[in-house]
Design a protein around this ligand. Structure first.
Ligand SMILES: [Zn+2]
Ligand SMILES: [Zn+2]
Length: 271
């Protein structure tokens, strides 16, 4: 139906306080850039409405839903999918109320913050991560895959941004477990374009995608989507995209953007 490159399922809005383009601006850039499907997946509220500063509040959910409704009317040539990006928490199930309230098509799970011992670690904080922290992020990704709540896992390798060490045996094991779980449940793992910018703790490579991680995903033939994680309209038509598509092709990764969009649309209740 569509080409994989015509589908992006990871787009933000100004409600998260760190995206700079409006929904109509993203839609216009997408249409001009040749996209056929644009999925919005802005950062979800905390279920208890705690404030971390990079997401909308519960009271803003109705406005988010209305803006997505309006965009579908203004841009009939673009299929607009409705999603939210969720932070990892042990009780992911609490997010399902948001899905129901806004008639969402999908939920994107992201391990942005995890507990390692008694410390809460943020995936882009300044400190350098050791193996233990990396494994805590991978465990969170696995827990989200098994939660039955999320439809995709965003940037499962994002903690590699702060990790200058080797891909250890324990990481290989957890990555393989994750890839097998993703394949068995048909939940795609996302190669995230956003990580190709910025400074990595391990100079000389992208922050993410992290190649040794995706080599295992390719070996296990897990389903994958490439997500732009657009925080500005210009990100949808950026020169950063092609190298990531090339990366996936070189590794022999099974990219599923178009098939995933079709599946999400087929799940919509018929009117
Ligand atoms: Zn963001
Ligand atoms: Zn995102």
């Amino acid at each position: 139906m569509w080409e994989n490159t015509e589908v992006n399922l990871h787009t933000h809005t100004p409600l998260c306080h760190h995206a700079v383009s409006t929904i109509p601006e993203f839609c216009r850039a997408a249409a001009e850039g040749g996209f056929k499907v644009l999925g919005f997946s802005d950062h979800a509220p905390h279920p208890d409405d705690r404030v971390f500063g990079y997401h909308m509040l519960k009271t803003e959910l109705p406005a988010y839903g209305r803006m997505l409704d309006e965009a579908s009317e203004i841009f009939p040539g673009l299929v607009i999918l409705r999603g939210l990006e969720l932070d990892f928490r042990p009780d992911m199930i609490r997010y399902l109320e948001f899905k129901e309230e806004l008639h969402l098509d999908y939920l994107l799970g992201s391990a942005h913050r995890v507990f390692c011992g008694d410390r809460e670690v943020f995936f882009i904080e300044k400190s350098i991560f050791d193996e233990k922290v990396m494994l805590a992020f991978f465990e969170a990704d696995l827990a989200m895959l098994r939660s039955g709540v999320v439809d995709m896992i965003a940037h499962p390798d994002a903690a590699a941004s702060r990790y200058p060490g080797k891909f250890t045996d324990a990481m290989v094991r957890l990555t393989r477990e994750m890839a097998r779980e993703a394949k068995a449940r048909d939940i795609p793992l996302e190669i995230n374009v956003n990580g190709t910018g910025g400074i990595c703790a391990d100079p000389g490579r992208w922050r993410y995608p992290w190649e040794p991680f995706w080599e295992i995903v390719a070996e296990e033939d897990a389903p994958v989507v490439i997500g732009i994680d657009a925080h500005a309209a210009a990100h949808l038509v950026s020169s950063r995209l092609q190298p990531v598509w090339n990366f996936a092709e070189r590794l022999g990764i099974r990219v599923q953007n178009a098939a995933v969009a079709e599946k999400l649309i087929s799940r919509r209740p018929s009117k």
